[in-house]
Design a protein around this ligand. Structure first.
Ligand code: GLA
Length: 729
């Protein structure tokens, strides 16, 4: 199927995959007008549909000829829905790109020049990017009227999912250097502002809280300036048409394949239309572009659904699996993971770890992970970061790994490559490797006693690479947990001249990608898991390398339920690393059910488990091994009750062949006299399914029309039920 076409006569680009469409008109003045964005239609060509009742403006004067320029198109230069708004002229809604020339002028005014349509996606050098089959790209080239610069706007549409990938590249085609002051990956202008804006703010231990507000006049901004995507705001946001919900109505999701500072900005002006720009945060951003150089903005993702929020999420989930993550084991069963952190923190030796391995084996562990504390002088969190050599006096890693092997378990290890403690050999030898380091500085900020390394400097990245490489050559691990436990402050790089300090934030992210990109390429069998003080870098940039990311350090199920549920709006369950820990709020059975709706793993002292707890956990591990890949990792997620909307939560995942489904129900407050009736979704109406909740067999139609009745028993606070439905032949 042809996904993108150009009608030369109408000067109209049509992107249409049969369900979702986007059309762009090249107007008389050379601006790209976004004529239509929405569900696929039978016919296009009505470019007037977004025009207002106003008269045509004549906004330009030809200085050489001394005449006014008239345009046949009745477009309003400060209100027309555009692909790339200009800066410093009529349109004041907020341009996606701002350049400054050698003469200091700010004006930036890109006009259409040419196009190219090709199969596939652009490969972005140095940045994680989308890939895959069944996708076409429209490359539009625009030329700046004010500077010697070209802008390439890429739009890629998938045939089998309503996902559009957008980004821009800016090229200096002149002789003088240019300064890029803003380089947003996308602009999306919609003719209506009747949406609610949903975003996910938070903090350590409370990531991705549901925040919903009506889109209103003026500016709404969701952003991070922490140097990482952050726990404070996640880069995934969505617009939902008024009245839309999980199962019906229009939803438009936005995300960025990026791990650093971002800014999603929605502006509604007097015309009551919605103007969205999204990309790298322009706060303290300035990129010097020498003659002939290019700047590439990260790819932004738009997911469209006119069948409710769940369908938007499903498109994003499939996108991550099929078009983003590069881990070679993505399509395989993910091992049950045991992590040592909450069980013993820094307090371990070889004997203790061996005992943990034995005890964790009884609850189905397939991958044992030794977390923080194995390297340098790391006896607590105030020392050792930056010294990636094994502390052999503390732990005999060869022995530990050999023991895992004997039990048929894989082995993984923790790193925090972008950080350094002041009490470390690395800092003593190279204080100048520290971000913010400069002569005469009297103070530097600390977070968890540590500094950020200057990953904008190649020598620093090389040093950490060499240390990690030496470790990996000696210890053949199967897994790496890549942590990142502070935000960026003093964003100054010793290695860059004054005029390039506006590049530091972005160069830190590029340094991270360079290191993790090199290691994942050299050790493709190693599974990398992202982490940042819990879920502080839970984003699509990291997900390109890491099939799973630690979701939060909060494992109390009452809190965790919200965190996982909300994370699933933008990211697949199989990417949401979740462990059963020893929080006292609920029994192990409950915590295991919740972890099952993520990646499933453990984090406690396994030697303290009772026989009953071991049996419960081992049973869930068995269920995990049998059904997780098919039902959760590759299945379709339905949200039956959102915890931010009612007094209980319920979600369901159904296998692609609809032969099995898992349902997770969790009560919140005790309300014994209320019905808890939940209608399931996504089953085959005619198939018969046995459920392990009351042991009965019903048709799919019954479950979807009548539902499961969770109110037959007196539910206590945070009581949880996990239900498996399997086809009964
Ligand atoms: C962070 C992570 C934890 C653990 C510790 C180790 O806080 O989120 O899971 O790895 O670091 O120091």
């Amino acid at each position: 199927m042809k996904l993108i076409a150009y009608d030369e006569g109408k000067r109209l680009f049509v992107l249409d995959n049969g369900r979702f469409a986007y059309t762009i008109y090249v107007n008389d003045a050379g601006y790209l007008e976004t004529v239509y964005f929405g569900a696929s239609r039978a016919e296009y060509g009505d470019i007037d549909c977004v025009r207002g009742a106003w008269e045509s403006a004549s906004p330009h004067y030809d200085v050489a000829r001394g005449v006014e320029l008239g345009y046949a198109d009745k477009f309003k230069s400060d209100a027309a829905p555009l692909e790339i708004s200009p800066h410093g002229v009529w349109d004041k809604r907020g341009a996606p790109v701002i350049l400054r020339g050698a003469d200091g002028a700010f004006e930036t005014d890109f006009r259409y020049e040419s196009y190219r349509i090709y199969a596939g996606l652009p490969a972005l050098e140095g940045l994680p990017h989308a890939h895959g089959e069944g996708v076409e790209t429209l490359e539009l080239t625009l030329r700046d009227r004010a500077h010697d610069a070209l802008l390439r706007l890429n739009l890629s549409l998938f045939a089998d999912k309503n996902v559009l990938v957008k980004n821009v590249e800016i090229e200096n085609v002149g002789k003088e250097p240019l300064r890029v002051l803003r380089a947003m990956s996308l602009q999306l202008d919609l003719p209506s502002a009747d949406y609610d804006l949903v975003h996910f703010c938070g903090r350590w231990g409370k990531e991705r809280d549901w925040c919903e507000n009506p889109v209103h006049d003026g500016v709404q901004e969701i952003s991070s300036n922490f140097g990482r995507s952050s726990a404070d705001e996640n880069p995934f946001v969505f617009l939902k048409a008024r009245g839309a919900d999980e199962a019906q109505g229009e939803a438009i999701g936005f995300n960025l394949i990026y791990s650093g500072n971002f800014k999603f900005r929605a502006f509604v002006g007097m015309y009551r239309a919605l103007h969205v720009t999204y990309g790298i945060n322009d706060e303290d951003f300035e990129w010097l572009l020498a003659s002939g150089e290019r700047f590439t903005a990260p790819q932004a993702i738009i997911a469209y659904s006119d069948e409710g929020i769940d369908a938007m999420s499903a498109a994003l989930h499939r996108f991550v699996h099929e078009n983003l993550n590069t881990y070679q084991g993505l399509g395989e069963h993910r091992p049950v993971l045991f992590n040592s952190w909450e069980g013993c923190y820094f307090d371990f030796d070889t004997a203790r770890i061996l005992a943990y391995i034995d005890a964790s084996h009884k609850i189905g562990t397939e991958l044992f992970v030794l977390d923080d504390g194995w390297f340098g002088a790391r006896s607590d969190d105030s020392r050792g970061l930056g010294d990636w050599w094994v502390n052999k006096e503390k732990v005999d890693l060869h022995k530990v790994m050999a023991h895992c092997k004997e039990l048929g378990m894989k082995f993984g290890i923790w790193f925090e490559p972008e950080m350094v403690d002041f009490d470390s050999d690395l800092f003593r030898a190279h204080p100048e490797y520290t971000l913010g380091w400069k002569e005469g500085r009297t103070e530097l900020t600390l977070a968890r006693h540590q500094f950020h390394l200057d990953f904008a400097c190649d020598a620093v990245v090389e040093n950490i690479y060499a240390q990690m490489k030496a470790f990996l050559e000696e210890y053949h691990v199967d897994y790496i947990k890549w942590d990142y436990n502070r935000t960026v402050a003093e964003h100054f790089s010793n290695a860059l001249p004054p005029e390039r300090q506006g590049e530091v934030y972005h160069r830190l992210v590029l340094g991270y990608y360079r290191l993790i990109g090199r290691l994942t390429a050299e050790y493709p069998h190693i599974m990398f898991e992202g982490c940042a003080s819990g879920g502080g870098r839970f984003d699509l940039g990291t997900m390109y390398y890491c099939p799973q990311i630690w979701c939060s350090d909060e494992s109390d199920p009452a809190q965790r339920m919200d965190i996982q549920f909300n994370t699933s709006y933008g990211y697949p369950l199989s990417a949401i690393a979740s462990h059963v820990n020893d929080s006292k709020v609920a029994p192990y059975r409950t915590k295991a059910a919740l972890a099952l709706f993520g990646t499933y793993g453990y984090e406690m002292n396994p030697e303290l488990l009772t026989e009953e707890e071991i049996a419960d956990l081992a049973e869930t591990a068995e269920l995990y091994k049998k059904y997780h890949h098919k039902v959760i990792a590759e299945g379709t997620l339905y949200r039956l009750r959102a915890p931010h909307k009612c007094n209980y939560m319920c979600m369901q995942s159904v296998s692609q062949d609809k032969t099995a489904s898992l349902v997770l129900f969790m009560n919140k407050l005790k309300e014994g006299d209320r019905f808890r009736f939940v209608r399931l979704r996504g089953l085959d109406a005619e198939k018969r399914y046995r459920n392990d909740f009351d042991g009965q067999v019903h048709t799919g139609e019954y479950y979807m029309r009548v539902g499961l009745n969770f109110s037959r028993e007196w539910l206590q606070e945070f009581d949880c039920r996990r239900v498996l439905l399997t086809e009964a032949k």
